[in-house]
Design a protein around this ligand. Structure first.
Ligand SMILES: C[S@@+](CC[C@H](N)C(=O)[O-])C[C@H]1O[C@@H](n2cnc3c(N)ncnc32)[C@H](O)[C@@H]1O
Length: 262
């Protein structure tokens, strides 16, 4: 399955199967506004905008936001959450590997879980530098899978490995040395944690996320085999946790590496 199809397929369940809630996203957006000392004129670009989880608060607060996404369905989810496309939001369906904007177009570019998806991350970073205004901010962000959910995923990976698996969709974060690359270009960086919070899910909820094939690792098996793997997961969970009602808690954080030319 192509990546755009994968995201088209999971678009309706993307938000509910992740862990960045609207409230947390608002707090993060507020943190970002303060960090970049935003004024009403500040413009934002998010390549790989997804369903708009990260930037919807900025749109609601009236900032000028441009989002690029390869998946039409993910962009549709974003529009639905905003009841349309407000005037201050520009949504572009395109491959973000090349940014089709004039030089010096944006005050802030943020990327969240997208560097591993573009054709060449160094070319992409060069392009971000080009479209950023002088003194603009590049914010490379992540809110990676919380540890307890990562552990749960590990159990399922083990189960999947018993079956005939074709190559699943890879959504793993590659080792990409943004820091090293931008430092040698003269950028200074700051590591910041915008927000820490706790994610709670019942075992049953987590099983249902996998049942709905919400993640890349879920796409390597044909339906009948996948059904068997999910049954195995349920059985494993009953033995391991004692009950599907058990709550799994995990710390989560929204991390930002903020770059500026100095
Ligand atoms: C892991 S999701 C992250 C979405 C969003 N940034 C977030 O944090 O929720 C990756 C997103 O990037 C989009 N995407 C993947 N490859 C892309 C590309 N080459 N150009 C533009 N968007 C891309 C996908 O459609 C998906 O919505």
């Amino acid at each position: 399955m192509k990546k755009s199809n994968y995201y088209d397929n999971i678009a309706p369940i993307y938000d509910q199967t992740r862990w960045l809630s609207e409230t947390v996203a608002e707090e993060v957006a507020d943190f970002i506004i303060k960090l970049v000392c935003a004024t009403p004129e500040t413009s934002f670009l998010e390549p790989g905008i997804g369903t708009g989880l990260n930037i919807i608060p900025l749109v609601k607060w009236g900032y000028s936001v441009t989002g690029i996404g390869i998946s039409a369905e993910m962009l549709n989810q974003c529009r639905q959450k905003l009841n349309g496309t407000p005037k201050n939001l520009r949504l572009i369906q395109a491959d973000a590997s090349q940014l089709a904007f004039p030089d010096n177009s944006f005050d802030v570019v943020l990327t969240v879980h997208v560097l591993h998806t573009v054709a060449d991350w160094k070319v992409f970073l060069d392009d971000i530098e080009r479209v950023l205004k002088p003194e603009g901010w590049y914010l490379n962000c992540q809110w990676i899978t919380p540890p307890a959910r990562r552990e749960f995923e590990g159990y399922f990976r083990k189960i999947l490995s018993k079956y005939e698996v074709s190559k699943p969709i890879s959504t793993a974060i590659q080792k990409i040395d943004v820091e090293g690359y931008l430092h040698q270009k003269g950028y200074r960086s700051n590591y910041l944690v915008a927000k820490e919070w706790t994610v709670n899910n019942t075992v049953e909820e987590l099983i249902s996320f996998f049942q709905s094939r919400a993640y890349g690792l879920c796409w390597g098996l044909a339906d009948d085999q996948y059904h068997l793997a999910i049954n195995d997961l349920k059985e494993f969970c009953l033995n391991h946790y004692g009950s599907l009602d058990k709550i799994i808690s995990s710390p989560a954080k929204f991390e930002i590496w903020a770059y500026r030319i100095v």
